[in-house]
Design a protein around this ligand. Structure first.
Ligand code: HEC
Length: 440
């Protein structure tokens, strides 16, 4: 059961064990207070605390000890903390992934029956992940509290008026759930004045507060409008600011549509009234825009995903700018920088890859999703934004699994696999790499 990485990790453990007697410890292997608690505190308890989204808390020795047998496989498999970007030819900001050494520490601690160690000699805290907003210039909030109508999952959209008197630029974003025990993830879409009539139809499609929506902001059966994703949020993410001088234009008269995935497994029945926080500027030196990369042919019906088939692969290679001209107001004729990317498939998605192709050099994988999880989709911000220049191409690959095991279940029964294709619905599929770009 000991992976090859031990050779690299044990010296670290042995080294800390050598130091421990001096700090009053004396344990020979990893212990909770010296080794495990700092990792849990820095990477887990933002969700695993009472009142957090995770189904159980891990913020005391007793709780961690009782969960040790479950914690080990969750971290060894890299299911926890949730972060779908596997190793690629890129580094990301705010990456909460555990290092091999941290995973090994936790595994050995769990194998050794979760020793407590010395509470008076705690190990050093980890560096926090997530930038946070350095200032909040504008807050908007859901008009009314909402109580999820379907259980355990409810995907619901809410329109919120932006309200600024002038055109502005969003330069940073954060969300603050009203009921953090039920808000599993949030996507925010910008609806510009031209698209308001369509948004009103989505609103009118359902009585009461907001409307049911799944893969984007539209109501089931609603027309597609050019969608501008503004940002996304998952629990434990404290928001972030774009690089200095960068921002996304929000015309006056716009609305934000907040798509919230509610998960009610915690049993908490309080309503939610989520608040969005923005950093804004009147002008920016580098305008940003969301730029979806996809094959227009798929949207027109060529993305067949036959029933009962595993490993159904769809891929596409192109210079995206022909299509982007329809959505993106920025002039990308000289090329663009890719600041962030958010992968998007629905529930049959299994894995995917997004890569940059430059003439004469091997493909550079910018995002490698080995295990797609619809419920943990998020934006990945590059440490060092890759540059798309004239002559380059982008490559996108999505692999779907349309067998029985991947079907949506409710109340203990799962639907039968059916042939499917591109669409907004929860049983239809998508394959998009949503980039955040700025012109060169
Ligand atoms: C962003 C929020 C979040 C963070 C951070 C997080 N968890 Fe979780 N965790 C969850 C949720 C929600 C579930 C319930 C299952 C699901 O939705 O995937 C869960 C489930 C689990 C489970 C039980 C199910 C399984 O997958 O094995 C374990 C064990 C676990 N987490 C441990 C951890 C540990 C250890 C860390 C830190 C290294 C961590 N989690 C970080 C949200 C989080």
């Amino acid at each position: 059961m000991f992976p090859a990485m031990n050779a690299r990790t044990w010296p670290v453990v042995a080294f800390s064990a050598l130091l421990l007697p001096a700090c009053g410890g004396g344990e020979s292997g990893p212990s909770y207070y010296q080794d495990v608690q700092p990792i849990l505190a820095g990477r887990c308890i933002n969700c695993h605390r009472s009142g957090g989204i995770a189904p159980f808390a891990l913020d005391s020795y007793e709780l961690a000890k009782d969960a040790a047998a479950a914690i080990k496989p969750a971290v060894v498999s890299r299911r926890m903390p949730p972060w779908s970007a596997a190793a690629a030819d890129a580094a990301y900001q705010h990456d909460p992934s555990l290092t091999d050494a941290q995973i090994d520490l936790i595994a050995h601690w769990a194998d050794a029956q979760a020793p407590e160690g010395d509470p008076d000699a705690p190990g050093p805290a980890l560096d926090p992940v997530g930038g946070g907003l350095d200032r909040i210039d504008r807050e908007i909030v859901m008009a009314e509290p909402y109580r999820p109508k379907t259980s355990p999952d409810d995907y619901h959209c809410f329109a919120i008026e932006w309200g600024a008197e002038e055109d502005t630029y969003v330069t940073g974003f954060n969300a603050v759930p009203g009921n953090p025990e039920i808000v599993h993830h949030i996507a925010v879409y910008l609806i510009t004045p031209a698209n308001l009539p369509e948004m009103r139809k989505w609103e009118d499609s359902e009585e009461g507060n907001g409307w049911t929506c799944f893969g984007g902001p539209m109501a089931e059966g609603g027309a597609n409008v050019p969608i501008a994703l503004l940002s996304a949020w998952i629990p434990g993410y404290s928001g972030s600011s774009f690089p200095e001088g960068h921002g996304i234009k929000v015309p006056k008269g716009s609305y934000m549509v907040l798509q919230v995935h509610y998960n009610t497994l915690s049993g908490n029945e309080d309503p939610d009234q989520t608040k969005l926080q923005f950093r804004v500027a009147n002008e920016v030196s580098t305008p940003l825009s969301y730029a979806p990369f996809l094959n227009a042919g798929w949207v027109l019906g060529t993305m067949d995903i036959p029933a009962n088939q595993k490993d159904v692969e769809h891929s596409y290679i192109a210079d995206p700018r022909g299509l982007l001209e329809l959505f993106v107001e920025l002039d990308l004729t000289r090329g663009f920088k890719i600041h962030a990317v958010m992968f998007h498939m629905h529930k049959l998605g299994d894995r995917g890859r997004f890569a940059l192709l430059k003439p004469g050099v091997p493909a550079r994988t910018l995002l490698n999703i080995e295990k797609w999880d619809f419920d943990w989709q998020r934006e990945y911000f590059f440490e060092d934004p890759p540059v798309f220049e004239n002559g380059d191409q982008l490559s996108l690959k999505c692999v779907f699994d349309n067998t029985k095991a991947k079907q949506i279940c409710s109340g203990g029964t799962c639907r039968e696999p059916e042939d499917t294709n591109w669409g907004e619905g929860s049983t239809e599929e998508m394959c998009v790499a949503n980039m955040l770009v700025s012109p060169l």
